[in-house]
Design a protein around this ligand. Structure first.
Ligand code: ATP
Ligand code: MG
Length: 397
């Protein structure tokens, strides 16, 4: 397919992105130097991409007509988030449109589907049960029995629609039955509340032709169920890192992913040493990979564009001994852009990324990456810069 002639001045490929949040914004930052034209379908409520992307089409990701019209004017369709109407993607694929990742891969955004498919493929996953809500009384009994089997400590997850810990509930044997009976949303996944030794993530990129590249394993630190910090390298034994990379590549194959795929893994104590279990995956660029922008030879955003265009993938090795990313989360302190100069005065080596989003409590509005030589020192510097931007920790000028 040739690029849309209606886009004045473009000669390179046109990549259509469904959704206009910070991931689309950072894809645009990677697209520009490569001469790749990005056209973003952004809803009026989306914040992030429209500020920096000149070619924004206003429309909702769940509006089939809007997605259809975007697809008609680009070479390949990709995504900023997964809340897209599946019917229209089925129709576009049948018509030969390059939808990357495919609908088959996007279906893995559903946590129940993930768990069933990964267990069937022999991938390591926590014990689980899916409750589909067709018989609430039977579901409550099953939930109670599952909780009893796991020492009364269960985690209940909505199979669809959750993010940043929303849609995840830590319950016990006494409360889980009532919760399940009162639930009326998407099917629920129950799993034991595990004693985690830590959490790591593996990012993989895959081309339609099958080439796969994985980045070094990352440590992810969650606070209240939400990613707070990511550290490269992950402080795990080589055996755990190798196993995580192996599982990541297997997940890329099982899901048939094209583009970047993030695999979140739990590290738990096994019979003979630490083991990894797949927590969940996201078939797209991901918060755990933001530090690849400065911290790896090829960023996840550049790699995603290369992969969906079926171009050769880039090297993924680290560019520094240590890289740390800390998220900037909104609060009551107003716009972090008012504090940028102060953050840079104190931590001049920090790479600041602000997404142009309205600051609201609990909302990711930016991130900071610091590279350096020593893990503890780099972590402290990244935290200092993020706190200054967020206006927390008493360090606000
Ligand atoms: N079974 C479990 N045992 C212990 N901790 C868990 C378990 N499940 C989830 N958690 C904790 O809660 C966090 C969020 O869970 P999960 O990744 O399933 O939710 P999410 O809201 O989809 O996350 P994301 O922010 O990645 O979208 C995990 O990273 C982990 O810290
Ligand atoms: Mg998660």
């Amino acid at each position: 397919m040739t690029p849309d002639a209606a886009v004045a001045g473009t000669t390179g490929p046109v990549v259509g992105v469904v959704g206009g949040g910070q991931l689309a914004r950072m894809l645009a930052e990677a697209a520009t130097p490569m001469g790749v034209h990005l056209r973003v379908l952004a809803a009026p409520s989306d914040e992030g991409a429209a500020e920096v992307v000149p070619d924004v089409v206003v429309g909702r990701a769940d509006d089939p007509a809007a997605v259809r019209s975007l697809a008609a004017s680009v070479d390949v369709v990709t995504f900023d988030h997964e809340n897209v109407d599946h019917g229209v993607l089925e129709e576009l694929e049948a018509a030969g449109v390059a939808v990357r990742p495919s609908l088959r891969t996007l279906r893995f955004s559903d946590k129940a589907h993930q768990r069933r498919e990964f267990a069937a493929a022999g991938l390591p996953v926590p014990d689980f049960v899916v409750l589909d809500g067709t018989d609430p009384a039977a579901d409550a009994d099953a939930a109670g029995a599952f909780a009893e089997r796991h020492g009364g400590r269960v985690v209940v997850k909505a199979s669809r629609g959750g993010y940043d810990g929303r849609g995840v509930w830590m319950l016990d044997a006494a409360s889980v039955g009532g919760f399940v009976t009162g639930w009326s949303g998407a099917p629920l996944v129950l799993e034991p509340r595990l004693d985690l030794l830590g959490e790591v993530a593996v990012l993989a990129a895959r081309r339609p032709s099958g080439e796969v590249a994985t980045w070094p394993v990352l440590e992810t630190v969650q606070v209240d169920g939400m990613c707070d910090e990511v550290v490269l390298p992950a402080p795990v034994d080589a055996s755990v890192a190798d196993r995580a990379a192996e599982v990541g590549a297997q997940v890329a194959e099982v899901t048939g992913a094209v583009g970047v795929l993030a695999v979140e893994l739990f590290v738990v104590a096994g019979a003979t040493g630490p083991e990894v279990l797949v927590n969940e995956i996201a078939p797209r660029v991901h918060n755990s990979g933001h530090l690849t922008i400065e911290g790896c030879a090829t960023s996840q955003f550049e790699q995603h564009l290369r992969a969906v265009l079926d171009w050769p993938l880039g090297p993924t090795h680290p560019t520094a001994p240590v890289a740390v990313m800390v998220n900037v989360v909104g609060g009551d302190a107003g716009d972090p852009r008012d504090r940028q100069a102060a953050a840079l005065a104190n931590v001049p080596e920090a790479h600041l990324h602000l997404y142009g989003k309205t600051s609201r409590p609990g909302r990711k509005i930016g991130h900071v990456t610091v590279l350096g030589a020593e893990r503890g020192a780099v972590r402290a510097r990244a935290r200092e810069a993020a706190d200054l931007l967020a206006g927390v920790g008493g360090s606000t000028p």
